[in-house]
Design a protein around this ligand. Structure first.
Ligand SMILES: Nc1nc2c(c(=O)[nH]1)N[C@H]1C(S)=C(S)[C@@H](COP(=O)(O)OP(=O)(O)OC[C@H]3O[C@@H](n4cnc5c(=O)[nH]c(N)nc54)[C@H](O)[C@@H]3O)O[C@H]1N2
Ligand SMILES: Nc1nc2c(c(=O)[nH]1)N[C@H]1C(S)=C(S)[C@@H](COP(=O)(O)OP(=O)(O)OC[C@H]3O[C@@H](n4cnc5c(=O)[nH]c(N)nc54)[C@H](O)[C@@H]3O)O[C@H]1N2
Ligand SMILES: [Mo]
Length: 679
């Protein structure tokens, strides 16, 4: 049977599921899907174990012990709904609905189940959640240059002569890109990977530029300097499709390779050679990752990189250009699902999700947050400033409801846990942020236990809370029809009936798809080297490099914490999902910190030692791996383990900050200073 991978990954794979006696027996990649091409990751290959996990939540549960203890008793759905309604009515009467905060992110990327709570919480008048934890910064930077978050079709990179894998560990985070990279390489394409450490992706490249974290903005400015200085600019493209070239040329003059070499941590000659290679290859495809943006200066970094193909004219080449995400290629009107019109006016307050710990513990917040409803997310593990998040979740007076598939670290802190269906058990429509196909998935097995889809639970809650808008009685099918009908040309003619027949349909976009061949959907209609929008907001109007707030240039802090610590994904978990799997935990081995030999030597640390990594925000225990896969001064902690599986009971996110980046309100997850000592 057919399905779609629901996880927060650009690949949105088309799956073939073998079902035996109502159980998922095996999951494979659809060999006929043009992007999946039969290849899926090691996580989803083991999906049967996730769907039928011993940690699966099968019935509603009520807490019977202290918060976090995991002591629960089984209750019925009717009892659970009645209790939520009783508690919320009381809270609303005393403090108003803003005392209730929904918390969700991307447990599922299916549009119906992702947005299921928006209309309900809008109609209730609850606090709004600003969902910034992942792409906000990157998208704000990209939009600054290009006006839209889209780019050349991934499949076009097969014909490229040069591929830059820039701040993306595709071999872990979107494996199908590596299928395309391999095909390009077989044709003779050169592949350059830019990453502070030697990832699995870097190993598969022809060249790895081991940049210092958070300095790609300076590197991009130096590349522009060389392109302009050496006349490697496509004047015809610049004249027809861009604005601000003269001011950019002036602006990048100080950023010579020699001037940025010590910032970026690469020899000036390497930077010059890289710039010349880029400048002399029209068929150059930049696949940029979100990792770039998870720094204090990450928005501007993405904006700067998006300028590069506009200088060489690669945006107009059938095998060139750049792609960060294809999200805006899907012309669907999500207001159909989110229903902002149901909100009271003025709109309720907006709370940035990365500041959850602060919001739950801030005594000055009026009204205070008295109830938290979590779905599609595991904030106890994934949010920065974990100590503060856990302090908030431990509040005895916080009424916490967690709708989950598995008993996460967050669910352990709930007053009520509600069982959620997986993508194998409910219906949904999927877009993608890496390819251009709309896909439909329908249930392939019966619901496990008493699990219910998000949309059904919010329907029940709406009725129980007396919300009468007809929206709440629509079926998932009806919502999918309305969403498809809301779309622009890109989805015209794509109907539920056709999707039932074909499962996956490419957007109505030309091949090759070159959205910036002649300009961009910015206010000027051009690729904006100079942004009037940024200028009006008081932001630097040209792509700018600023050193990290929490980095080596912060002299005071780096005296105490001399190592930069980046925290990218690991191979066998997806954010904190799959940490429930005994099989995948065994493959992932143990929570590990990569340390360069010089740093390890200076601290008396050997491979295999237990070490304590700490800063002012907290401390967690890891096993050290001493390796020249990372450079001196940079420690790497991959992945998010549920902290109950980590010695000391604390995870990587005690180290990360809830400080916002330069653009978009996202987290600077990779801008951390830490110290390491033997445990
Ligand atoms: N296996 C697995 N796959 C995943 C996920 C997962 O957790 N595990 N998460 C999913 C999600 S939610 C997302 S958003 C995507 C994210 O996937 P990507 O777009 O790949 O982004 P990140 O994984 O955040 O970071 C990618 C790379 O950027 C590098 N990096 C960090 N700082 C810098 C820098 O300053 N400069 C440069 N050049 N590189 C830097 C990191 O070392 C990392 O190797 O992956 C998805 N896929
Ligand atoms: N240290 C560090 N921290 C990070 C990152 C990092 O790279 N390093 N990455 C950040 C990024 S990119 C992201 S996107 C966030 C991700 O943060 P989250 O979106 O919270 O990601 P997950 O850990 O995958 O948790 C999703 C949860 O949703 C549940 N779920 C799945 N489907 C459904 C459903 O249909 N209904 C309900 N009710 N629940 C469901 C899953 O069981 C899972 O526990 O984490 C961020 N945090
Ligand atoms: Mo993400």
């Amino acid at each position: 049977m057919n399905s779609v991978c629901p996880h927060d990954c650009p690949s949105a794979c088309s799956l073939v599921v073998t079902v035996t006696d109502g159980h998922v027996a095996a999951v494979a990649g659809d060999p006929d899907h043009p992007f999946t091409a039969g290849v899926i990751c090691g996580k989803v290959h083991e999906y049967a174990e996730r769907v039928h996990s011993p940690l699966r939540v099968r019935t509603p549960l009520r807490r019977t012990g202290p918060k976090g203890s995991g002591e629960f008793a089984r209750i019925s759905w009717d009892e659970a709904i009645a209790e939520i309604v009783r508690r919320w009515r009381g809270i609303i009467a005393e403090d108003g609905a803003e005392a209730i905060l929904p918390f969700s992110y991307a447990g599922t990327m299916g549009r119906i189940q992702y947005h299921a709570g928006h209309p309900f919480f809008h109609a209730l008048g609850a606090s709004r959640l600003d969902r910034t934890i992942c792409v906000s910064t990157a998208y704000a930077g990209w939009r600054g240059t290009l006006g839209a978050v889209t780019g050349s079709d991934s499949e076009q990179m097969v014909g490229a002569d040069l591929i830059l894998l820039w701040g993306v560990n595709a071999a872990y985070t979107t494996i199908n890109v590596m299928t395309l990279v391999k095909r390009a390489r077989d044709r003779g394409a050169r592949v350059v990977c830019l990453d502070p450490y030697r990832t699995r992706t870097a190993r598969q490249a022809d060249e790895h530029l081991m940049v210092r974290p958070g300095t790609d903005g300076a590197l991009a400015l130096a590349v522009m300097h060389v392109l302009i200085d050496e006349g490697r600019v496509d004047r015809a493209y610049v004249d027809r499709a861009t604005v601000g070239y003269d001011r950019l040329a002036e602006h990048v003059r100080p950023y010579s390779p020699a001037a940025v070499a010590s910032i970026v941590g690469l020899p000036a000659e390497t930077i010059t050679r890289f710039a010349r290679l880029y400048g002399s290859t029209k068929k150059s495809f930049i696949r940029a990752g979100i990792g770039l943006s998870r720094h204090d200066n990450g928005g501007m970094t993405c904006r700067a990189i998006a300028c590069l193909p506009a200088l060489t004219g690669a945006y107009a080449d059938a095998n060139g250009g750049a792609l960060l995400s294809s999200t805006d290629a899907f012309g669907l009107d999500l207001a159909v699902l989110e229903r902002p019109d149901l909100m009271p006016r003025p709109a309720p307050r907006l709370i940035n999700m990365i500041k959850l710990g602060r919001a739950l513990t801030d005594a000055r917040l009026a009204p205070p947050i008295r109830s938290l409803y979590v779905y599609n997310s595991n904030p106890a593990a994934v949010c920065p400033n974990q100590e503060l998040v856990l302090r908030g979740l431990a509040r005895e007076d916080l009424f916490t409801v967690v709708h989950e598939q598995v008993m996460t670290d967050t669910a352990l802190h709930a007053d009520l846990v509600l069982p959620a269906t997986t993508s194998m058990e409910h219906m949904d429509l999927y877009k993608s942020f890496g390819h251009l196909y709309v896909q439909l998935a329908e249930p392939v097995i019966p619901r496990v236990g008493e699990a219910k889809p998000n949309w059904e639970v919010f329907g029940r809650l709406a009725r129980a809370m007396g919300l009468t808008d007809p929206h709440f009685s629509k079926s998932e099918e009806q919502l999918i029809r309305e969403l498809l009908a809301s779309g622009d040309e890109s989805v015209k003619g794509i109907t539920l009936e056709r999707l039932r027949e074909e499962r996956s349909i490419r957007l109505n976009l030309p091949r090759p798809y070159l959205p910036f061949a002649n300009g961009a959907p910015t206010p000027s209609g051009k690729v904006e080297f100079y942004s009037g929008t940024f200028e009006a907001l008081g932001l630097p109007p040209l792509p700018a490099y600023a050193p990290l707030v929490e980095g080596p240039e912060n002299a005071e802090l780096s005296r105490r914490y001399s190592l930069q610590c980046i925290v990218p994904p690991n191979r066998f978990f997806l954010n904190s999902s799959f940490s429930q799997s005994e099989l995948l935990r065994a493959r992932q081995k143990r929570p590990t910190v990569l340390v360069a030999p010089a740093d390890a030597g200076a601290r008396g640390i050997r491979s295999g030692d237990r070490v304590r990594v700490y800063n002012d925000r907290g401390a967690a225990v890891f096993t050290a791996e001493v390796t020249d896969d990372t450079r001196a001064g940079v420690a790497v902690i991959e992945g998010i383990w549920w902290h109950r599986f980590q010695a000391g009971g604390r995870g990587v996110n005690v180290l990360t900050s809830d400080r916002v980046t330069d653009l978009g309100g996202g987290p600077a997850l990779h801008s951390n200073l830490v110290e390491i000592e033997p445990a």
